[in-house]
Design a protein. Sequence first.
Length: 357
Amino acid sequence: MTIDLADRAEKRAAFAALAGTLLLAEPGPALREHVAGVPTLAALASAATAVDFERIFLRSVQPYESVFRSDTAERGGAVALRVADTYDELGFDEHRTQRWRVAGPDHLGLELRAHAAVIALEAAAWRGERPDEAARHVETERRFFADHLAWWGQVALDALGEVATGTPYAPLVDEVSTFLAEEIDLLRPLPLLDTSQLPEVHALGAMGPSRLARHLLAPARSGIWLATQHIAVAAGALGFPWRPMDGRQNLTPLVAAAFDAGEIAELVTPWIELTRSTRASHLRRADEQPGAEVAWRHAAHLAEATLRRLETLGESALDARADDEIVVRIAGADVQTAVDMLRARGFSVDVLAETGD
């Protein structure tokens, strides 16, 4: 029995380490030994695949936890720092010691390799007939998923899958997505998911074009991934300029132009079905993956709020004055009361920090 558990853990660790490497390293002959014996991934050993790597991972979808879990959808910040702190607790240091072409510790490839390192410890403990130690490592794996991968890994892989279709990276994305689903089913992180960190899902308040763009670009706010191809379709339908090299950050001037032209409702029409289908996907995942049900249902709630806003959006529903931002420090026991009052009166409130002073 112990040998079977060791074998299983070794296979899991080997795949997670390999997947992390292939997501991090540029394709080329240096990867030949990694993909040897894996026909579906053999093309990643060719330098010709580098153009796909750049388009998918560097320009289209940046697979960083901070991009998918921060309110700004920007790399780094507090989210990346939390990941780095977690690595220190695990004794994992590749984000410092290895020369990966990444811009932060919270890259999906690094998180997979950190997960692999812990699984390898579990395997060694099973192999050495130390079940108590193995159980502790399993709990560490469960905690890592509960704090990190269960919240964003498959969402990022869904986004990657759209742009990887028809490329040598499509099989890798599919296999990693399947692996994460299997890990969630195996580890069942649900009881450890920290729901206290979840922002409440409110009806969206007043918005101007800039605020709407920021909302749509941040999966942690909108519950959707608005990819460049989705933006290009909407821009093209209205005759707005959109070049193949334009990135998601170009959404802000696009929304502003549509607002000025009185065509906001027409611009967002293609995104309504995207939001509706994404919400349905989140709910399906909640049923299929009870180990991460909380994460999927929360994402579905976010998408539902976004859907309601998009369905009722027209020129009159946006107010450019709502893009003006005022930072107010509220202290004491009445913080939540003040926030609730502002939201009830139509203000869009972002709680940047809370204090009990």
